[in-house]
Write a protein that binds this ligand. Structure first.
Ligand code: XIL
Length: 374
């Protein structure tokens, strides 16, 4: 629930006057005349968090640089300074955290959770049930349905239980529908071997392991009202009617300027909000076409900035959309050029951590919301 006043009650001009009249003191330094936020987290309205994926594992393992989060001091400094929420990019996925049947590797995930506590940041846990980045032993294992059920339940109890009280939102189920709105019954080992009922069990087990965490369905290609988001809408209605502890629906937001902006994003978030759910933006990036290693043009960067801004505005406008996460903030570590050939420049900072217009558009939009909601 948003913990600040709804926008639009006072005009910005009226607010600006009251802000100038407020006495400057450390307690309300944020409203002193002339004060300007320097970072995204400083600009963020109360009750809203702006987050980033924390780079490590996954495609980074094939890159010619050391594991980013533990090693890149400037990067770590910016994660702390700019963001009020963090999401492990790969470090809590099955293949990293549970590499062998009886072996868990909590080191990298622990380091992120500890860093978040030190810097007063929320954590989004990612992810517990997915068709991708599962370990060989699981995908190639010859397990009976009973054994697989036990494996999933034990994994959830172990991982969620370890971080209970320290994770605000869990992506319990990731990408369970395909583009036509059909459950991924062949790709997703859990649904394939155990049937769709396992989805409700995963939410129940997660809730038992951490009753305070908000539990989400998360996917890409669900920014608009379409077959896939309709499938989520129906499934979540059913699950809620059955008393399954589902709290949220989140849109990843892996956009390309090639396909245009999803203009019905806000309307889509609002229909999930109306089901009594939290909504969230969890993995925003906006890639562009850069054939043969081309540099982005100022026009491309300007278009990208509008995508970031409109995405943020849509979330800010929806009552219970309180968490807005970028899938990385610097091109230095972005997954985009690795997964989408001839596309790139998808984040808000260059490889040298210089701000792009997209960064400025986020800062201004957050700050306007912060001022309007005081
Ligand atoms: C990506 C990571 O960014 C890469 O490092 C990794 O190699 C592959 O996965 N949807 C998700 C994320 O839910 O977990 C994916 O992250 C991007 C798409």
């Amino acid at each position: 629930m948003k913990r600040y006043a709804r926008p639009g009650l006072l005009s910005l001009a009226a607010l600006a006057t009251s802000i100038c009249l407020a006495p400057a003191s450390p307690a309300n330094a944020g409203v002193a005349a002339g004060w300007q936020p320097d970072t995204l987290r400083e600009a963020t309205p109360d009750g809203f968090v702006v987050g980033t994926a924390v780079a490590g594992g996954g495609h980074h393992e094939d890159m010619p640089y050391p594991d980013p989060f533990p090693n890149d001091r400037k990067y770590r400094h910016l994660v702390a300074k700019e963001f009020s929420s963090v999401s492990p990019e790969n470090q809590m996925k099955w293949e990293f955290i549970h590499p062998e049947p009886d072996v868990y590797d909590f080191g990298p995930a622990d380091a992120i959770v500890k860093f978040a506590a030190q810097h007063d940041q929320q954590v989004r846990g990612h992810t517990l049930m997915w068709h991708s980045q599962n370990p060989e032993w699981l995908e190639q294992g010859d397990y009976t349905p009973e054994e697989l059920r036990t494996i999933l339940r034990d994994h959830i109890k172990t991982v969620v239980g370890r971080y209970a009280g320290q994770i605000d939102q869990w992506d319990v189920a990731n990408e369970i529908f395909d583009g036509s709105g059909n459950l991924r019954t062949s790709e997703n080992i859990w649904i394939r071997e155990l049937g769709p009922g396992i989805i409700a069990d995963a939410f129940r087990w997660t809730h038992e392991a951490d009753p305070d965490a908000l539990l989400f369905f998360n996917d890409y290609g669900v920014e608009s009202i379409n077959a896939k988001s309709d499938a989520y809408y129906r499934l979540i209605q059913e699950l809620k009617a059955d008393g399954v502890p589902v709290d949220g629906f989140s849109v990843q937001g892996h956009l390309s300027t090639r396909y245009g902006f999803p203009g019905d994003l806000q309307a889509n978030l609002e229909r999930f909000d109306a089901l009594g759910l939290e909504t969230a933006v969890t993995e925003l990036d906006v890639r562009m076409d850069l054939p043969n290693g081309a540099e982005p043009t100022p026009e491309q960067e300007a278009v990208q900035a509008t995508y970031y801004q409109r995405f943020l505005q849509a979330c800010l406008a929806v009552e219970n959309c309180d968490s807005f996460t970028l899938w990385g903030f610097t091109d230095k570590y972005s997954w985009v050029p690795v997964f989408f050939p001839d596309q790139g420049s998808a984040t808000v900072m260059t490889e040298e951590f210089e701000h792009k217009p997209a960064y400025d558009s986020l800062l201004e939009t957050l700050d306007a919301a912060r001022l309007a909601r005081r």
